[in-house]
Design a protein around this ligand. Sequence first.
Ligand SMILES: *Cc1c(COP(=O)(O)O)cnc(C)c1O
Length: 389
Amino acid sequence: MKVPLLDLKPQYQSLKKELDDAILKVAESQYFILGPEVEKMEKAFCIYLNCRKAVGVSSGTDALLLALMGIGIGPGDEVIVPTYSFFATAGVVSRLNATPVFVDCDPVTFNIDPAKIEEKITKKTKAIIPVHLYGQSCEMDKIMRIARAHDLKVIEDAAQAIGVQYKDGKYVGTIGDVGCYSFFPSKNLGCFGDGGLVVTNDVKFGEHLHILRVHGAYPKYYHKYIGGNFRIDAIQSAVINVKLPHLDRWSEQRRKNAEIYNKLFIEADLAEESGRTNFDDKNKVLLPKAVYKNSGVKNYHIFNQYIIRVQQRDRLRKHLSENEIGNEVYYPVPFHLQECFADLGYKKGDFPVSEFAANSSIALPIYPELSEEQIVYVVKKIKEFILKK
Ligand SMILES: *Cc1c(COP(=O)(O)O)cnc(C)c1O
């Protein structure tokens, strides 16, 4: 049985007519960049996320870059980021000639560990970028308390967490000063190319971001600021406008798939709760934990990824691949061990939880249209590997 890590075709097939029509409508209008589809999308997100301003942009990476530029991050500034995330989170800081300052992650959620933030704050610290990794909120209460106490801005990297609610019901991305999302096709809400979104509840700041999106021009050809080309295509927004009403249903399906995995791992006597950074019992699989599951909010996790941790991860990957089961490692190298950040002076052992995660994590297929038989097959193949190793 073939089980791809992600298959976007069933989702496209289910909305094909509406999506094709929406794209054709843009073609017929010949209005390709920004314009009515983008404005419609921005309004829809203000309603869906319950926030005051939304700015459609060219990618999730550009969303982060624009947010940092809007805040005024520049040379000499320090920005606190988790060492364990997708590269863009730290890359955008360096691109503005500021310094990313790394913090280890929490062993249960893989999200930034709030208890380790304060020791990294200096006079130069300007902001924190919490990343809601894999589709579950960071501990925003603690992060916001630290940020307010030290007068720091909070830029939420919600690229993997669109539609996720924190335990108080608020949508991630709308809790800090500014939130950033990605519409990269493999994210839970993907367009047909690159796209992203920035949101804020500060109306003035939101207007500033709209200006920076078009080279800082307002009115046209009058530049008070230096911005960039962070514009989103109308076609991408048209696709998002068709898909957004279905997002919660897809997230529900992903949660259901995660529950099936959890149940099967427990029944197979392989499951161990996540939270440790070693393997006492070599035959166990550390399962992802949805920490806000009992908080009463609906979208407590959207499982952009379903991540387990195992010993001999690379051998398991090979076994899965040989059996046509898609898998991936998010992410094999934390930022502090990346070559491009060598000059920052970190070394192996500096962030043990992230290093453990990088060495033991493996993502399994979790997309909404996955069948129960496919999940049964994946768990069966993992059990087979563990019992014979
Ligand atoms: C995908 C992602 C980004 C970047 O989004 P793009 O649209 O690919 O530029 C940033 N941060 C995180 C955590 C991501 O997963």
